[in-house]
Design a protein. Structure first.
Length: 233
């Protein structure tokens, strides 16, 4: 258990960043301390020019920007030659294209919905039954038709439990421990026990019709209460 906890902690230490991560710059693949220093000088001269604008400060700033671009061009070429020297027969084509796209600035921003839709479309094309041999496609179509026929037959088939309710089922559901009313009409168990078979049959008819229609049927509560009252008297 302690080893498992230590593994989880190590994984969390490596996966959870301790500082805020910023957006990756387009030129990150050749960015180095030399370029960082030149950018710092440009920012410093730009601030000085804003405080004390003059032709001399402007020309110095423009010259520094041109010098920084030249340094960036040389560093970029060195990084590119360094990567090209690592290409051999074991190099992966995917990594090569990825580096080329990064160097040429063709790496688009991530679009999760678009990528998910693209992956979903590719997966659907790859697993489509049209890629299978014709014999297997015909067999799958036969199985699909047979399965649909079985489903339709099962849906239309009357289940044994769908028959009318019996008196013994009605009596088994009746509570015997306490004289309570189990319905909105407030008819207690003692009254229900004293009723005759006619009322029991009427109640079973309502329950069976409701079950056959797979819905709770509405009935005339006044007529049923009148029938129960007449039977109790």
């Amino acid at each position: 258990m302690n080893r498992l906890s230590s593994f989880i902690n190590k994984a969390a230490e490596k996966s959870i960043p301790r500082k805020r991560t910023g957006a990756r710059h387009q030129n990150y693949w050749f960015y180095c301390d030399k370029i960082r220093e030149q950018n710092r000088r440009i920012n410093k001269h730009r601030k000085l020019h804003r405080k004390n604008p003059s032709d001399k400060s402007l020309s110095l700033l423009q010259e520094l920007i041109r010098h920084t671009k030249e340094i960036s061009r040389r560093v970029r070429a060195e990084k590119w030659y360094e990567w090209c020297s690592t290409i051999d027969e074991r190099s992966k084509l995917r990594e090569m294209w990825r580096n080329i796209n990064i160097a040429t600035g063709r790496m688009a921003r991530l679009d999760p919905p678009k990528d998910a839709e693209r992956l979903n479309s590719n997966f659907a094309v790859r697993v489509a039954t049209t890629n299978l041999p014709e014999e297997i496609q015909n067999r799958l179509q036969q199985l699909r038709d047979t399965r649909q026929e079985k489903m339709d037959e099962t849906v239309l088939k009357r289940d044994e439990a769908g028959g009318p309710f019996m008196l013994d089922e009605l009596f088994r559901t009746r509570k015997k421990c306490k004289d309570t009313a189990f319905g909105d009409d407030r008819i207690t168990n003692s009254i229900f026990s004293a009723l005759g078979n006619g009322v029991h049959t009427a109640l079973l008819t309502i329950m069976s019709e409701s079950w056959a229609l797979m819905a709770i049927m509405t009935y005339d509560s006044g007529a049923l209460n009148k029938t129960l009252t007449m039977s109790y008297k």
